[in-house]
Design a protein around this ligand. Structure first.
Ligand SMILES: [Fe+2]
Ligand SMILES: [Fe+2]
Length: 196
């Protein structure tokens, strides 16, 4: 394994953190969609097919990030149960607010994920072309989820103005907590690594 204090070692650590965060994020996203699907089947079944398509994409993303771990000596997040609980709670609570709330939640989560992937792509570039390619292809599907969420919102009222920043902040908080605060210095680290 690389010496952790060398440049190559630091980059390897960054790559492992990226994989850990992304895998946990997909794991949480699957639970958000599962809870929303469960509720939507009872309350507004017309949106179930779209939610199932997105959940299936997240299952595939989760598998792809998990498969990329062993060769990079990365391990899943230690608090996956936390992601599970957070995901189910967010999914159930937003679905209780109605279909528009579901799409606002999707927009907030997917745009936060998109921002994180954007940072990672800028930092990985030539350092791990394989992972860069994987993240770029997953990002395309996350952007499709984002535009689906924007397209399906019938109104942009008070609930949008209130819920969007709250869910975005909760998503950031979950990422931060699940990595024991690593995600904030990972951002700084990625900004620095672009200059190495
Ligand atoms: Fe995903
Ligand atoms: Fe997504």
């Amino acid at each position: 394994m690389d010496n952790p204090s060398s440049s190559a070692g630091k980059r390897a650590v960054t790559v492992r953190r990226i994989l850990k965060v992304n895998h946990a994020g997909e794991f949480g996203a699957i639970r958000i969609y599962r809870a929303q699907i469960w509720m939507a089947r009872r309350l507004f079944p017309d949106i179930v097919p779209a939610l199932c398509d997105m959940r299936n994409d997240e299952i595939e993303h989760c598998r792809l990030f998990r498969d990329a771990m062993p060769s990079r000596h990365a391990k899943p997040c230690r608090v996956m149960a936390f992601w599970s609980l957070g995901g189910y709670l967010l999914g159930f609570l937003t679905a209780l607010g109605g279909r528009n709330m579901v799409w606002i939640c999707t927009e907030a989560v997917e745009s936060t994920v998109h921002r994180h992937l954007e940072d990672q792509l800028a930092s990985l570039d030539t350092r791990d072309p394989q992972l860069h390619g994987l993240i770029a292809s997953i990002q395309e599907e996350e952007l499709a989820h984002l535009s689906e969420a924007e397209k399906n919102q019938t109104r942009h009222g008070v609930s949008y103005a209130l819920l969007l920043p709250i869910v975005a902040a909760l998503t950031d908080l979950m990422i931060w907590l699940s990595t024991w605060g690593d995600s904030s210095w990972m951002r700084a680290e990625m900004a620095r690594s672009r200059q190495i």
